[in-house]
Design a protein around this ligand. Structure first.
Ligand SMILES: Nc1nc2c(c(=O)[nH]1)N[C@H]1C(S)=C(S)[C@@H](COP(=O)(O)OP(=O)(O)OC[C@H]3O[C@@H](n4cnc5c(=O)[nH]c(N)nc54)[C@H](O)[C@@H]3O)O[C@H]1N2
Ligand SMILES: Nc1nc2c(c(=O)[nH]1)N[C@H]1C(S)=C(S)[C@@H](COP(=O)(O)OP(=O)(O)OC[C@H]3O[C@@H](n4cnc5c(=O)[nH]c(N)nc54)[C@H](O)[C@@H]3O)O[C@H]1N2
Ligand code: SF4
Ligand SMILES: [Mo]
Length: 700
């Protein structure tokens, strides 16, 4: 175990490491251990932008490490799938892996490799714990491929199309901005280190605009908050473009030199005068016009494009239109001007090199269609599912379909996780995984441009093993020994970093952190340029336009109906990272609802409500508020089933329709009705709820 100040006589040690969770910030950490146990997790200053402090979630990450929900050893299911208290029998690693290898071999021999579906997303999100020995194994097996589209697929497609994923403005550079537009992002909860930089800019005179259906903490501090109806960012952004073009405020010199397709974009934007866009978005037209004027006038101006705007049927075009604004308005070329999206692609690193096995053109399954795929995939059907770094029962759309699919008796499911997640309840075999405090990894930030070494602070808990080790072991058992030469996380770390350029590898090993060649705080169009083939901004990609059913920049109307008039959104909260740490929530969840919507339904604070649509229902408490727009309600993302009164979460109401581009999830296209139910005691899953007489359901 590497320690920064060694072990003293009390068995006290401090370890420098980093947080690799799926959060933009990638904090550097200082972890304290006494007698082999975690006693403190705090920030350190190794990563300058996160400034020595961390969020409350990770400060208490020891509660996950030592929780009763922790999986301590491999186990095999005994009772039926999907029980709230499933029965498992502990087995040895050897027995468990032998059985997994046997079952995968049987499935492959009888049905072909594509009958195996590996199912993973971020997990601990580090470079070592994903797309290493796992990818090599599943590629060699000829398994179905997974399209990892649950998050960022539309925004990423937009950023790639426009700018070839040019690196973004980093948080600390916001202090140079005169105008900051936070669009569909909620950094107060989901990337906290940006907030002090925004506040500093405001103290220096910057104007802050927030686009969000909720009045977030940051929106409270904004000069202008536009509470857009979910899914209407496209018309709002197009109205800004139209205003720029129409009033001669577009930077035509910049566009002529650096962009293609501005005329096509202008024509599509023409359909959206400010008044029309404001009406569709349900916002004040004068305020929108003021934003248009401010954006044209003020420089440096930065747009922080979040992920809240992508999670609907218009998400891809919305992200395109928002990210195209700094090009049309000529905002690049100065510190604090341009945009921020994800910085995960800022490094000259090629994962393909270290996976070492060719990707074969097997069937690709969109992860947002998990439930459907488990029933509809044919030739071959999916017969084995290997879940790791992911908790699909909690996080994928159409929760009931996912649960039905996972209940199939003829499906062999492995769940490899740290804790007994909702998904683990459906496993035939569960395998215990290490947390980032027990193993090596490389953490890559997607806010700050940061790459850091993650190293073990404590010994593994129970018999937990890291991903590399388990997939390498399985490969050996399956006779695929040549796939990946590293058998442990430490060897894998060396194997990977050895393939990095020296300027990154050496400081990463010696100082635990590295800076890319362009520097840690690049100015867009000075230090970094678009990475498109001809280095131009592609404002209108004809091929993408052809592929998109309605065409690029074409608005698709709200899916609400008379039966289901409320837009349910499910944004990030400060309590969990996706569903990670959701096990620690002991309070029943509450849906936030505007006071007018509550009054209409005879609901008051603390009442029990039934949210429903044709797909499912969620029983939870109500929190009445005026900090969300009327017609929109909000339940936290990442809840575990035990957090609601009927064991269903927001995803039970989320359709598995896909975004216009990128095949992303439409989490915020859930349209529902809400009605009061007589309160039942919160504990058992089996509570029967009675619909109150006042709001008995209408016939439909
Ligand atoms: N604490 C915490 N931090 C996290 C995460 C977490 O779960 N918890 N998750 C991490 C991950 S995986 C991601 S992808 C990021 C996500 O980080 P964010 O981009 O901040 O994403 P969300 O919380 O989904 O949504 C942001 C805001 O968008 C608003 N919103 C919803 N629909 C719309 C819309 O149609 N238009 C507009 N303009 N706004 C809308 C929501 O009200 C919310 O305030 O955060 C990361 N950081
Ligand atoms: N309703 C709704 N649902 C959403 C969203 C939303 O906005 N609304 N947002 C979506 C977003 S942005 C995202 S990114 C997805 C994320 O969805 P998921 O990818 O399911 O993310 P988590 O819920 O964090 O689950 C990650 C799991 O990996 C496990 N894990 C962590 N490290 C390791 C490891 O090293 N090895 C192994 N084997 N396991 C590990 C963790 O314990 C955890 O159970 O959720 C999406 N779901
Ligand atoms: S979750 Fe984000 S804010 Fe919290 S410690 Fe990790 S990187 Fe920092
Ligand atoms: Mo995400």
């Amino acid at each position: 175990m590497a320690t920064s100040d060694g072990n003293d006589h009390r068995g006290h040690a401090t370890v420098d490491t980093a947080c690799p969770l799926d959060c933009p910030d990638s904090c550097s950490l200082s972890v304290t251990i006494e007698h082999g146990k975690l006693t403190g997790i705090d920030g350190s200053t190794r990563q300058a932008e996160t400034n020595g402090y961390i969020c409350g979630k990770v400060r208490r990450f020891d509660r996950r490490v030592y929780s009763d929900d922790r999986i301590l050893r491999p186990a095999i299911r005994q009772g039926p799938k999907g029980q709230s208290r499933p029965k498992f029998k502990d087995v040895t690693w050897d027995e468990a892996l032998e059985q997994v290898a046997t079952r995968l071999t049987e499935v492959r021999e009888r049905w072909g490799g594509e009958a195996i579906l590996p199912f993973s997303y971020g997990g601990s999100n580090g470079l070592v714990s994903q797309d290493t020995s796992d990818a090599a194994l599943f590629r060699r097996l000829g398994a179905s491929r997974l399209s990892r589209t649950v998050c960022a697929a539309p925004t990423r497609t937009a950023a790639r199309t426009l700018y070839g994923e040019m690196p973004s403005i980093t948080p600390s550079d916001y202090t140079h901005s005169q105008l900051i537009v936070v669009w569909g992002a909620n950094p107060s909860e989901s990337g906290i280190h940006l907030v002090p930089y925004i506040r500093e800019a405001q103290r220096k005179g910057a104007t802050l605009v927030v686009m969000d259906p909720r009045q977030t903490k940051l929106a409270l501090k904004a000069d202008i908050h536009l509470p857009v109806r979910p899914g209407t960012d496209l018309p709002v952004a197009l109205a800004l473009h139209r205003h720029l073009f129409e009033h001669g405020l577009a930077d035509t010199t910049f566009l002529d030199e650096h962009a293609r397709g501005s005329e096509r974009l202008r024509l599509r934007a023409d359909a959206w005068p400010i008044g029309r866009a404001a009406e569709v978005a349900g916002i004040d037209a004068t305020a929108l016009e003021e934003v248009a004027d401010l954006y044209a006038r003020k420089s440096p101006a930065v747009i922080r494009c979040g992920w809240g705007l992508e999670r609907n049927r218009n998400g891809g075009s919305a992200a395109l239109a928002v990210l195209a604004l700094p090009a049309v308005a000529g905002k690049f070329g100065v510190r604090g001007g341009g945009y921020s999206m994800s910085n995960s692609n800022a490094w000259p690193i090629d994962r393909e090199r270290w996976i070492g096995a060719e990707e074969s053109p097997t069937r690709a399954v969109n992860m947002n269609h998990l439930g459907r795929a488990l029933f509809e995939c044919q030739a071959p059907p999916i017969k084995a599912l290997f879940v790791y770094n992911c908790n699909p029962v909690a996080t994928m759309p159409d929760q009931n379909a996912v649960a039905r699919g996972l209940s199939r008796d003829d499906l062999f499911t492995v769940v490899f996780d740290q804790v007994r997640t909702d998904t683990a309840a459906y496993a035939d075999i569960i395998l215990p995984a290490t947390t980032f405090l027990e193993t090596y990894d490389v953490a890559k930030g997607y806010g700050p441009i940061s790459l850091q070494l993650v190293q073990p602070a404590i010994d593994t808990v129970g018999e937990a093993r890291p991903n590399v080790e388990v997939f390498a072991d399985l490969a050996a058992r399956l006779g695929l020994v040549d796939t990946w030469s590293a058998n442990t996380e430490a060897e894998a770390l060396l194997q990977i970093t050895n393939m990095m350029p020296n300027e990154i590898r050496i400081p990463l090993h010696e100082a635990g952190t590295a800076t890319p060649p362009m520097g840690a705080a690049p100015i867009q169009f000075v230090d970094v340029q678009p990475r498109t083939a001809d280095k131009k901004i592609e404002l209108f990609n004809e091929a993408l336009d052809d592929e998109t059913p309605e065409g690029l920049y074409v608005f698709q109307p709200d899916p609400a109906s008379d039966d289901y008039p409320l837009a349910l959104i499910s944004p990030a909260t400060s309590r969990t990272i996706c569903s990670t740490l959701g096990e620690l929530q002991s309070e029943p969840a509450a849906v936030e609802m505007h006071v007018d919507d509550a009054v209409e339904r005879d609901l008051s604070n603390g009442d029990t409500v039934r949210l429903f649509n044709d797909q499912g229902e969620v029983h939870c408490l109500v929190k009445v508020t005026d900090r969300i727009r009327k017609g929109t309600i909000s339940l936290p993302k990442g809840l575990w089933r035990k957090s609601t009164l009927n064991g269903s979460t927001a995803n039970a109401l989320v359709p598995d329709t896909l975004t216009d581009i990128g095949g992303g999830a439409c989490f915020n296209d859930a349209r529902v009705q809400a009605e009061r139910v007589l309160a039942a005691s919160y504990k058992g899953r089996d509570v029967t709820l009675t619909v109150s007489a006042a709001t008995a359901p209408r016939a439909h």
